[in-house]
Design a protein around this ligand. Structure first.
Ligand code: FAD
Length: 494
């Protein structure tokens, strides 16, 4: 059976590239080493609890790249998302609540503020007829690609300015700096002393492109009904419908190069499969060094890829509770101040700092009741960790559990069991260091400096949260857009 293209890995980048190629009439084979599809966007089941490998919230949702990837293989409109309506951020004794009606800050944070979002919106609407308002927003969103293009050279000037240096100029209040730190960390998976402020700007503009008139902005953020695995499973079922094949438990050990071009792959059992196009979602560093071999690349290029910094890894705690203990959909918690000092110690010294770590959590069963048996609750917690840590991981496990017990009333009493996942879980997906997102959105490797999806080896491409010139944004959305863009390029040029 001849294939036009082989995709190595079924992460969202691989799925989106595969969907684009299959939708354009190419015969596609997707090879996934694990026994489930989706990589860092997958889930598994235990005792009726559906646990996601990644955590919290996706961006763009039914208005963004996931939907586009589904649409390309005839599966548009199938994915459904629940959007958060009850979020909370706790910075020591300060609690910030956000829901579609109201954002309120309780405690010592500049001053006690309550912003009534619903009242604010209706006041704006009463000042302007709805048609006019929708037309204005419509025009604004139509113009967004133009605005983005015009803003690109300005934004580029901030590629060398870290979020930390940028905000240090404007924010002295420590809790506000910690708030910026956790939000940007959740988005980019790198500490603020590494992330350029340009990534923040590009990401914001990217989301505005998804915005449609009349939409509640919180609709751009959500959780897929059926769990994270719904996204790769839906896309891959579309690839099969288009005549493609998807195999799980198929580890590619080598990309075969002949006459300087990629011509096929070899699996662990020795099976050789040929195709003129190989799209690797297996991590750019691993593809160059392990699957292809550096000898097939110019030494300068191979060295550059070898030196890419990957984002930070993480630990996750998935907790099964025998009853519902919280109404929140998601939560950030910074129990001790100076988060950036904490991340410096973790990242630079590879030690787990003393004291409770910052955690982000999501409650999948509040957004999709099928995530837990009736009457029970599933909570996912995630925090930063490094794979080459000098101390045993159980130090952070204990510290995180003590944070959780303090901020989630009833947690200890109602906990049935929990699973503690370490960077090794993410390393098993193929990438050294087990980054939560992919290559770091760091100074020196964003914007034009991100490695291109087109490799110097003819017929070989990379996709995912690993590459793509000018790709920016948040994990799953960025990986999917990279796959779509790379797929378009291949279709137009082959
Ligand atoms: C704990 C956690 C929380 C996260 N939270 C969020 C969030 O809230 N929002 C968000 O948008 N993003 C989040 N992310 C990030 C997001 O999940 C990733 O950035 C994104 O899913 C990466 O997609 P990818 O295409 O790069 O592929 P990956 O998910 O890395 O998939 C690569 C696939 O390739 C397979 N593979 C590797 N090598 C081989 C081989 N040799 N042969 C065959 N198959 C191979 C792997 O098994 C894997 O399935 C989170 C990640 C983690 C870990």
């Amino acid at each position: 059976m001849g294939y036009d293209a082989i995709v190595i890995g079924s992460g969202l980048g691989g799925c989106a590239a595969g969907a684009t190629l299959a939708g354009a009439g190419k015969k596609v084979l997707v090879l996934e080493r694990m026994d489930v599809l989706g990589g860092r966007c997958s889930n598994k089941e235990r005792d009726g609890f559906r646990m996601d490998i990644g955590c919290h919230f996706l961006f763009g949702c039914e208005h963004g790249a996931f939907e586009e990837a589904c649409r390309r293989v005839g599966k548009g409109g199938i994915l459904k998302f629940d959007h958060p309506d009850n979020l909370c951020i706790r910075i020591q004794d300060t609690v910030i609540n956000v829901n579609p009606q109201e954002a309120s800050i309780d405690g010592d944070f500049i001053d006690k503020i309550t912003i009534n979002l619903a009242a604010g919106m209706s006041e704006m609407q009463s000042m302007m007829p709805p048609e006019l308002m929708n037309m204005g927003i419509g025009m604004m969103t139509q113009m967004m690609p133009m605005v983005t293009a015009m803003a690109a050279p300005i934004i580029e000037q901030f590629d060398d300015v870290t979020i930390q240096d940028f905000f240090d100029q404007y924010i002295e209040f420590q809790k506000a700096r910690d708030l910026v730190e956790i939000i940007q960390f959740a988005g980019f998976g790198t500490p603020s002393f590494l992330t350029p402020v340009s990534e923040f700007m590009r990401t914001m503009l990217g989301f505005l492109e998804y915005y449609k008139p009349g939409m509640n902005p919180l609709e751009l953020m959500g959780y897929p009904i059926g769990g994270l695995g719904m996204i790769p499973n839906t896309i891959c079922s579309g690839i099969r419908d288009k005549g493609g094949e998807v195999r799980v438990g198929a580890n590619v050990r080598k990309v075969i190069i002949e006459g300087g071009r990629a011509v096929g792959v070899e699996l662990d059992d020795g099976e050789v499969i040929n195709a003129p196009i190989i799209v690797s979602n297996a991590g750019i560093k691993e593809t160059v060094a392990d699957l292809v071999g550096e000898e097939h690349f110019d030494p300068g290029y191979a060295g550059r890829i070898r030196d890419l910094i990957v984002g930070i890894s993480c630990f996750t705690i998935r907790a099964a509770l025998d009853t519902k203990v919280t109404d929140l959909d998601g939560f950030f918690c910074i129990p001790q101040g100076n988060l950036d000092t904490y991340y410096h110690k973790l990242w630079d010294e590879k030690v787990i700092p003393d004291g409770p770590p910052a955690v982000m959590w999501s409650v999948p069963s509040n957004m999709d009741p099928s995530a837990a048996p009736e009457g029970k609750q599933l909570i996912n917690f995630v925090g930063a960790l490094v794979a080459d840590c000098k101390q045993p991981y159980n130090k952070i496990e204990e510290d995180a559990l003590s944070t959780i017990e303090q901020v989630v009333p009833g947690f200890k009493e109602h906990l049935m069991w929990y699973e503690f996942l370490t960077p090794e879980t993410y390393i098993a997906l193929g990438e050294q260091g087990g980054p939560a997102i992919g290559i770091g959105q760091c100074v020196g490797q964003v914007g034009k400096n991100r490695p291109s999806s087109k490799s110097p080896v003819e017929g070989l491409y990379y996709v995912g949260a690993e590459c793509g010139v000018d790709m920016s944004g948040i994990g799953t959305d960025m990986a999917t857009r990279c796959g779509l863009k790379c797929g378009d390029y291949i279709v137009q040029n082959s």
